[in-house]
Design a protein around this ligand. Structure first.
Ligand code: 13P
Length: 250
């Protein structure tokens, strides 16, 4: 069954103390909400253990990246098994900020995906085109290579532990959201790629989230689209009141 998911991505924001107080606030709001969406919080590594234990199963915790390596002399890196040991259940991989600032490519991401699945983590795999790519009308090709090169070596069974987040780079943190029609068009295309590769049952089941300036005022319109199964929320996930409105919008 395709799941409805609202995932926050805090990026490099909040001290541990602020994260804990956000968690207390969010739990009360989720308790008072009748939304059935799965709520995930993508937090900095230092928050994972504490927040996974504070969550009371009202939300799940996600890392924002992991190493391509299993263990060893890689100063500053964090492996998927270390993430899993905190109680976190998800890992965001392939975010455009990691691709841009850390030069992550689809081959690195294929390795990271494998590592996370071995540790029974669910991957939120991000894809998205740059503005110039959309203007040059190459956005479908870009998304196709981001998906096929990092994910299409997986078995159908492994795909059930992968969630896709379509995040057009030009919409991230800019206040410019993709229109709900643009989001639907790309989500339907992504689903068609899964159908071609894995068949209809898998493509029907894969959850595809939209990310990029999603906020309380536009979430409902985006979520009403047939192939939009939720959101990956940056700025608006930093504030419990905005975040719960997006959770309720679904
Ligand atoms: P904004 O919601 O701040 O545009 O960020 C989206 C994002 O990058 C989530 O991963």
């Amino acid at each position: 069954m395709r799941k409805k998911i609202v995932a926050g991505n805090w990026k490099m924001n909040k001290t541990l103390e602020k994260g804990v107080s956000f968690s207390d606030d969010l739990k009360q709001r989720i308790n008072a909400s009748d939304s059935e969406a799965i709520v995930v919080l993508g937090v900095p590594y230092i928050h994972l253990d504490r927040m996974a234990h504070l969550s009371n199963d009202l939300y799940s915790v996600s890392a924002q990246d992991c190493s391509t390596k299993e263990s060893g002399a890689f100063t500053g890196d964090i492996s998927s098994s270390m993430i899993a040991s905190t109680g976190a259940q998800y890992v965001i991989l392939g975010h455009s900020e990691r691709r841009a600032y850390h030069r992550e490519n689809n081959a690195d991401l294929a390795t990271k995906v494998d590592r996370c699945l071995l540790d029974a983590l669910t991957v939120i795999y991000c894809c998205g085109e740059q503005l110039e790519e959309r203007e040059a009308n190459t956005h479908f090709e870009v998304i196709k290579s981001q998906l096929s090169e990092a994910l299409f070596h997986l078995t159908a069974e492994q795909m059930s532990s992968v969630v896709i987040a379509y995040e057009p780079v030009w919409a991230i943190g800019t206040g410019v959201t993709a229109s709900s029609d643009q989001a639907q068009e790309m989500h339907a295309y992504i689903r068609s790629l899964f159908e071609e590769k894995y068949g209809k049952a898998i493509s029907d089941d894969v959850s595809i989230l939209y990310g990029g300036s999603c906020k309380p005022s536009n979430a409902e319109e985006l979520f009403l689209k047939e192939d939009v199964d939720g959101g990956l929320i940056g700025g608006a996930s930093l504030n419990p009141s905005d975040f719960i409105q997006i959770i309720d919008a679904i």
